[in-house]
Design a protein. Structure first.
Lengths: 350, 419, 367
C-alpha cells in the first residue's frame, strides 16, 4: 500500500530508511508527546485525591500520605520522615501538631512522645490510586441510564445526519439544477451564526414542537449540521462522473447509484463525518443542558458537569467522569479511523 | 419525510407520557458540596408522610440554574422547585407560599432574608434561604507564628491587615500577602467599609466617592504586590476565580473569601498548617462589613401542584429539618431559630467548627448597604460590571478614573435595558 | 459508512500498516468502473446492513425518478436535509435577526420592544474604530481586534501543521493507526478539560515552570502576561482542533488516485514538484473545506479559551463570541438584542470572507 509521499520520497524498497522517514518519525514522536502527554496527565490526575489535585507543584503520579495504625490510637496516624533535628532519618507517626511543634511517636516504641519542629519533617508519600473517585460515581447516580441516553442520542443523531447529509451532498455535487448554488450558499451561510447565539431561538422552536425534555429534542436539531453537507459535497466532487455515467448505461436507478456507488466511494469522508458526528453529539453539553432538565433524560456530559457548583467544583469526581466519558468515544474512533485510509485511494479516473 | 413524522409522534408520545404520574414534583438543584444529596435524603421522609407525592431532585450544573432556568421559565417549561442564587432577579416567576404556609412562623424564622426574594409590589413569601453565606477572611496562623507577627485584633483595618500580611510574607518568604476572590460580590463588603453607598440618593451606584476610594486602594495593592495579581489579573470578563488553592498550599497569608470555603479548608489543608477565620476588616468609613449571600429554595407559579410545592418547601423550612440539613451540609443557617440554638456541624474538625462560628458571629456586622445589595435584583449586573472594569484597571487597560466612569456608564445602560 | 475491506475470508482485510497484496488486488478490481466490479471489490458489513432498507426505499425513489426526471430528483435528495435545516438552522437564524431589532431583557419575542437599528448603532458608535477606548461598546471592539489577530495566527498555524501532519501520516509509516489516533485525541476532549489540563501545565507552579526551573531558564507567570496568555490561547486552540483538520485532509489525500503519482514517478519528477503540481491541486476541494471551516470556527472560538483564561488578563483574550455570550446569556441583564446584533455583524464579515474564499477557489466549487 504505497502512500503518496512514499512516491515523493521513494522509500527505496523499504530496505533503508530515507532521511525523510527519520524526519517523519521525529515529527510524529514530538507530536505524540505534545498531544498525548496532557491526556495521560489527565488520566493520572483522575486518580488523585481532591487534596492532591490542589497541590503545588503538581506531581505526575498520584501520591497519598502513608498512615499507620498504632496501638492505643483509634485513627490511623500520618507518617513523616525526619530530615533534621535529633531524630533525623527516622520515620515517625504524628499525633498532633500545635503551631510550629509536632508531637510524634515512633511506631516501634509507641509509649514515648517526641516533640519536633515542623521544619524537620516531610510526609512519607507513596504512589496510591484514588480509585474511590471512580467507584463513588456509580453510587452517586445512575451511570448506566445516562450512558444509554448518551449512546442513544449519539447513534440516532449520527445515523440521521449521515443519511440526510450524504443525500443532500450527492444532489449538490452530482446534479446540475437551478438553485444549486443558492442551496449551497444557504448551507454554508448557516455555519456563520455560532450555536451559542441561536440557542434561545432554537430552544423556543424545539419547545413549540413539543420536544422539550425528550431525547429527540437533542437528536433532531443535532442532525441539522451544515458542516457535514459541505464536507461530503466537496469530497464527492472528486468522484469521477464517468463511474456514474457507466452505471446509468447499465440502467441503474439514481437511488441505486447513490447507495451502491457514491456511498461506498465516499467511505473515507463518511468515516470522518461519522467520527465527527459521534464526537459532537457525545460531547454536546450546552444544548442538552437547556433541553433536558429531568434526570432520567440526562446525558453523561450533563452528569459530568453537575460537579460544577457556583463556588466550588468537585474536580476529582469530574476528572474521573471525564475519563469514563472519554473511553467509549476513543474506542469508536480507533475503530473507525482505519476506514479513512482504506478508502478510494485505489480508484482510477481523472 | 416519513421518519420525521414518525419522530414527531414519538416525541409527542414521550411528552404525553410524562405527566401521567399525577403528583410528581421536580426540584432542580445544584451542588457546591453535598446539598442535593442531603435534600434528596430528607425529602424521602416527606414522601413517606405524603403518599402519592414523588419529589425528584434533578442535579444540574450551576450553569443551568444561572443561564437556562430563566429561559425555561419564560417559555413556561421550568421545574416546580429550584435552588437559585439570583434571588430577586427571578421574582416574577415565584410562587407565593403565603396561602399555604404559616406566615407567622416564616416571619419569625427567616426575617430579613425573605426581603431578598421580594421585588416591587410582589411582597409575598417566596423563598426559603437554605444556605446563608458571609464573606470574611481566612488567615494562615502558622505563618504569622513563624514570622513572629501578632495577629491584628478584631478592630483592625484593611490597612493594618495589609501591613501585617506583607510583614509575614516577607519574613517567611511566602509569595503572596493577600488575595481576594475575583467576584463583584466579594469586594462589595470591603467597598462598603470604604464608604461606598451602593444604594445612593440617585439610585444604585458604583461610582461614588467611597467606591472609587476602594477601587484606587485595591488597584494600588495589586501594583505594589500586596494582593496576588494571579486572581484578578489572570482572568477576564466576569469569570469567577478563587485563591483557595494558593491558600491551601500555604502560599498566601490572608485570604478574603467566605463561609462556604470552610469545608474545603477543613478537608484539604488538613494538618498542613493552622488557619483561622478573622471576619471582615474595618475600613476608613468605620464599617467592618462583610457581604451576605447564599442560595434559596423557591417554587414557581407555573407548577401544576402549588399546594404540594408549598408543602415541600415548608417541610424543608421546619426547624428540625432545617437544622439537620445545615449540620449535614455544613452551611450557616439563615433560620433564626436554628441559628440561635446553634448548629453542631457534622464531620468537622474543631478548627472548622470555630471558623463557622466566627463567620456566624460576624453576621451582625453586615452594614445595611451590604444587606440591601444582596437583595437588589440588579446586583448580578453590578457584580459583573465591577469585576470587568476593576480588572481592566488592574492590568492597566484603563486608569482608575476611566474604569469608574465606565462602570457608571455600564450601570446606566443595564438599568435602562432592564426597566 | 461503508467498509471497503475484502469480503469474508476470501480476501484478507488490509491492516492500517498495509497489506500490499490485498491492496494491489483492490486496485485492480476497482479500476473497472461498473457497479458490478465495485460489488466484487467487497461491501462491508455496514453496506450489507443498510441494503434491505435501501432496496425498500428504491421502489418509491424509482417511481419519483420516472415522474420527475433526473434533475428534479435532486430536490428529492435534498428534501430531508432541507426540512431539518429549515426548522433547526434557518428559522433560528431568522428569529435571531428579529431579536437583533428588539431591546430589553425579556426572553420571549412578544414581550420585547422593537427598537429598530438601535443595537447596531450602539455597537458601531465609536470615536475611532482603531481605539476601542473611544467606543461606546469598548468591549465589543476590543473583542473584534483580538479575534482578528487570533484568527490570522490560529488559522495559518493550524492549517499549516494539519497539512504537514496529514502528509506525514499518509506516508508508509509503521503504527500509522496509533499515530493518527494520537493526533486526533485532543479533539475528543471537552473544551473545559482542555483548558483545565493546560492551566495545570502553565500555571505559576505548573509543570512547564517546574521544567524550566530545572533547566535553569527559570519559570514565568505565563497567564498573567497579556501577550503570553494570548500566545498560549492560540497554541491551545491549535492543539485542540488540529486533529479535526488533519483528519479531513487525510481523507482528501486518500482520494487522490495513485496512478497519477505513478505517472509522475515514471517522469522522474522531483518530490517537491509532485507535491506542488499534483498533491496541492488535487487536494484543493478538501483544502477549501478546511480553510472555510477553520476560518469560521476560528472566529467562533470560545469555549476552550473562555475556560482557559476567562478572556483575561483584562480583555487580552476576550474574543467576539465571549462578548456575545456575556452580553446575551451569562451576564446580567441579558441583552439578547445586542448579542444578536453583534452575531449578525460577525456573520456578515464571515459571509464576505467565505465568498472571497469560494471565489478564489471557484473552479473547485463548481466541481
Amino acid at each position: 500500500m504505497t502512500r503518496l509521499l512514499g512516491f515523493l520520497t521513494a522509500t527505496r524498497g523499504g530496505a533503508k530508511l530515507h532521511w525523510t522517514d527519520w524526519a517523519s518519525y521525529a515529527y510524529l514522536c514530538t507530536g505524540v508527546f505534545l498531544m498525548f502527554f496532557p491526556v495521560i496527565w489527565l488520566v493520572m490526575s483522575s486518580f488523585k485525591t481532591e487534596a492532591d489535585l490542589q497541590r503545588y507543584p503538581p506531581t505526575f503520579l498520584p501520591y497519598q500520605q502513608q498512615t499507620i495504625m498504632v496501638e492505643g490510637y483509634d485513627d490511623p496516624l500520618p507518617l513523616f520522615e525526619m530530615t533534621g533535628g535529633e531524630y533525623e532519618g527516622m520515620i515517625l507517626a504524628q499525633l498532633r501538631r500545635v503551631g510550629l511543634q509536632a508531637q510524634m511517636i515512633d511506631p516501634a516504641n509507641p509509649g514515648e512522645r517526641l516533640r519536633v519542629g515542623i521544619e524537620d519533617r516531610v510526609p512519607v508519600e507513596r504512589f496510591t490510586l484514588a480509585t474511590e473517585n471512580y467507584t463513588e460515581l456509580f453510587g452517586r447516580f445512575n451511570f448506566l441510564l445516562y450512558f444509554w441516553n448518551s449512546t442513544f442520542i449519539t447513534v440516532m443523531a449520527t445515523l440521521i445526519m449521515l443519511l440526510t447529509n450524504s443525500m443532500a451532498a450527492f444532489a449538490l455535487s452530482k446534479y446540475q439544477f437551478r438553485g444549486r448554488t443558492v442551496v449551497l450558499l444557504l448551507v454554508i451561510g448557516t455555519l456563520m451564526i455560532p450555536q451559542t447565539v441561536v440557542l434561545v431561538p432554537l430552544f423556543l422552536i424545539v419547545t413549540e414542537l413539543g420536544m422539550f425534555n425528550s431525547l429527540w429534542g437533542v437528536i433532531i436539531p443535532g442532525a441539522a449540521t451544515p458542516t457535514g453537507v459541505f464536507l461530503l459535497r466537496q469530497y464527492m466532487l472528486t468522484i469521477p462522473d464517468e463511474i456514474l455515467d457507466a452505471a446509468r448505461m447499465d440502467k441503474a436507478s439514481e437511488w441505486k447509484i447513490y447507495w451502491r456507488i457514491i456511498l461506498p466511494l465516499s467511505a473515507p469522508a463518511i468515516a470522518v463525518l461519522a467520527i465527527l458526528a459521534i464526537m459532537w453529539r457525545w460531547n454536546d453539553f450546552l444544548w442538552p443542558l437547556i433541553v433536558l432538565t429531568r434526570s432520567e433524560n440526562f446525558t453523561l456530559q450533563l452528569a459530568l458537569n453537575s460537579f460544577q457548583g457556583e463556588l466550588q467544583t468537585d474536580w476529582s469526581s469530574l476528572l474521573a467522569m471525564t475519563v469514563l466519558t472519554l473511553l467509549p468515544i476513543a474506542m469508536v474512533f480507533m475503530f473507525l479511523q482505519k476506514y479513512i485510509a482504506t478508502g478510494i485511494a485505489s480508484t482510477g479516473g481523472k | 419525510m416519513t421518519h420525521l413524522k414518525l419522530l414527531g409522534t414519538t416525541a409527542l408520545a414521550l411528552g404525553l407520557a410524562a405527566p401521567a404520574m399525577a403528583q410528581e414534583i421536580r426540584f432542580m438543584c445544584y451542588s457546591d458540596g453535598n446539598e442535593c444529596e442531603v435534600y434528596d435524603d430528607v425529602l424521602t421522609r416527606f414522601e413517606a408522610a405524603n403518599p402519592g407525592v414523588d419529589v425528584i431532585v434533578d442535579v444540574v450544573p450551576y450553569q443551568a440554574i444561572l443561564e437556562n432556568l430563566p429561559v425555561q421559565l419564560a417559555a413556561g417549561t421550568g421545574p416546580d422547585i429550584a435552588k437559585v442564587t439570583d434571588l430577586g432577579g427571578l421574582n416574577e416567576y415565584y410562587l407565593d407560599l403565603a396561602p399555604y404556609v404559616d406566615t407567622g412562623y416564616w416571619d419569625a424564622s427567616f426575617g430579613g432574608t425573605l426581603d431578598w426574594y421580594r421585588v416591587g409590589d410582589r411582597q409575598g413569601y417566596y423563598g426559603m434561604h437554605s444556605q446563608l453565606t458571609i464573606t470574611g477572611a481566612f488567615v494562615n496562623a502558622t505563618l504569622f507564628e513563624q514570622a513572629g507577627v501578632a495577629l491584628p485584633g478584631p478592630e483592625a483595618t484593611w490597612e493594618d491587615w495589609a501591613a501585617a500580611s506583607r510583614a509575614v510574607a516577607e519574613a517567611t518568604d511566602t509569595p503572596f500577602p493577600m488575595a481576594i476572590d475575583r467576584s463583584g460580590h466579594r469586594v462589595a463588603g470591603p467597598a462598603v467599609s470604604y464608604g461606598a453607598a451602593l444604594n445612593g440618593p440617585d439610585g444604585p451606584t458604583l461610582s461614588d466617592e467611597g467606591f472609587t476610594a476602594f477601587v484606587q486602594q485595591f488597584v494600588d495593592w495589586h501594583n505594589d504586590g500586596t494582593i496576588a495579581r494571579d486572581v484578578w489579573a489572570g482572568q477576564g470578563g466576569a469569570t469567577y476565580q478563587d485563591a483557595a488553592q494558593e491558600f491551601i498550599n500555604g502560599e498566601l497569608v490572608f485570604y478574603y473569601s467566605g463561609s462556604w470555603q470552610v469545608s474545603r479548608m477543613n478537608d484539604q489543608v488538613g494538618d498542613f498548617f493552622d488557619w483561622q477565620v478573622v471576619g471582615s476588616p474595618c475600613g476608613p468609613a468605620g464599617a467592618c462589613s462583610g457581604m451576605p449571600g447564599g442560595a434559596g429554595i423557591v417554587g414557581f407559579e407555573q407548577t401544576e401542584h402549588p399546594e404540594i410545592v408549598a408543602a415541600v418547601i415548608d417541610f424543608l423550612a421546619q426547624e428540625d429539618v432545617y437544622a439537620e440539613v445545615a449540620a449535614r451540609t455544613r452551611n450557616l443557617p439563615a433560620h433564626l431559630g436554628v441559628a440561635s440554638a446553634g448548629v453542631a456541624f457534622e464531620d468537622v474538625t474543631p478548627a472548622a467548627q470555630a471558623a463557622l462560628s466566627a463567620f456566624a458571629a460576624d453576621l451582625p456586622d453586615v452594614a445595611p448597604a451590604a444587606f440591601w445589595y444582596q437583595g437588589y435584583p440588579g446586583n448580578r449586573a453590578m457584580f459583573g460590571i465591577t469585576v470587568e472594569r476593576v480588572s481592566q484597571a488592574i492590568v492597566g487597560e484603563l486608569s482608575v478614573e476611566d474604569a469608574v466612569a465606565r462602570m457608571a456608564d455600564d450601570l446606566a445602560t443595564a438599568m435602562a435595558e432592564s426597566q | 459508512m461503508a467498509e471497503t475491506t475484502g469480503q469474508g475470508a476470501a480476501a484478507p482485510a488490509p491492516t492500517p500498516t498495509g497489506d500490499t497484496a490485498a491492496a494491489v488486488a483492490l486496485t485492480k478490481s476497482a479500476g473497472a468502473v461498473s457497479p458490478r466490479a465495485l460489488k466484487a471489490r467487497g461491501d462491508g458489513l455496514a453496506l450489507r446492513l443498510i441494503a434491505p432498507v435501501m432496496r425498500l426505499v428504491e421502489i418509491p425513489m424509482l417511481g419519483l425518478q420516472r415522474l420527475l426526471g433526473i434533475n428534479l430528483l435532486a430536490w428529492v435528495f435534498l428534501l430531508p436535509n432541507l426540512v431539518l435545516f429549515g426548522l433547526f438552522a434557518f428559522l433560528p437564524v431568522v428569529l435571531n435577526v428579529v431579536y437583533a431589532g428588539t431591546g430589553g431583557d425579556n426572553v420571549l419575542l412578544a414581550d420585547r420592544p422593537y427598537v429598530g437599528a438601535r443595537n447596531f448603532a450602539l455597537l458601531t458608535e465609536c470615536g475611532s474604530y482603531l481605539d476601542p477606548n473611544t467606543c461606546r461598546e469598548d468591549k465589543f471592539w476590543r473583542a473584534v481586534w483580538n479575534t482578528a489577530w487570533f484568527v490570522t495566527l490560529q488559522v495559518g498555524i493550524m492549517v499549516g501543521f494539519s497539512l504537514l501532519t496529514a502528509i506525514v501520516l499518509n506516508r508508509d509509516i509503521r503504527a500509522r493507526g496509533f499515530f493518527r489516533s494520537v493526533f486526533f485525541f485532543p479533539v475528543l476532549l471537552s473544551p473545559v478539560v482542555v483548558a483545565l489540563i493546560w492551566k495545570w501545565i502553565l500555571q505559576r507552579e505548573g509543570v512547564l515552570n517546574a521544567f524550566l526551573d530545572w533547566t535553569g531558564i527559570g519559570g514565568y507567570n505565563w497567564l498573567v502576561d497579556a501577550e503570553w496568555a494570548f500566545a498560549w490561547s492560540v497554541f491551545l486552540s491549535v492543539w485542540a482542533h488540529m486533529g479535526f483538520y488533519t483528519l479531513i485532509l487525510l481523507a482528501g489525500l486518500q482520494a487522490i488516485p495513485r496512478d497519477v503519482y505513478e505517472a509522475a514517478t515514471m517522469d522522474r519528477a522531483s518530490p517537491w514538484r509532485v507535491f506542488r503540481k499534483i498533491t496541492l491541486p488535487l487536494l484543493a476541494p478538501t483544502m477549501l473545506v478546511v480553510l472555510v471551516l477553520a476560518l469560521i470556527k476560528g472566529v467562533q472560538t470560545f469555549d476552550e479559551v473562555y475556560a482557559f483564561t476567562g478572556g483575561g488578563p483584562g480583555t487580552a483574550t476576550t474574543f467576539i463570541i465571549q462578548y456575545i455570550y456575556e452580553e446575551g446569556f451569562a451576564g446580567a441583564p441579558r441583552l439578547f438584542g445586542l448579542a444578536a446584533a453583534a452575531s449578525l455583524m460577525v456573520a456578515g464579515v464571515l459571509v464576505v470572507l467565505t465568498l472571497v474564499q469560494l471565489w478564489v477557489n471557484r473552479r473547485n466549487v463548481d466541481g
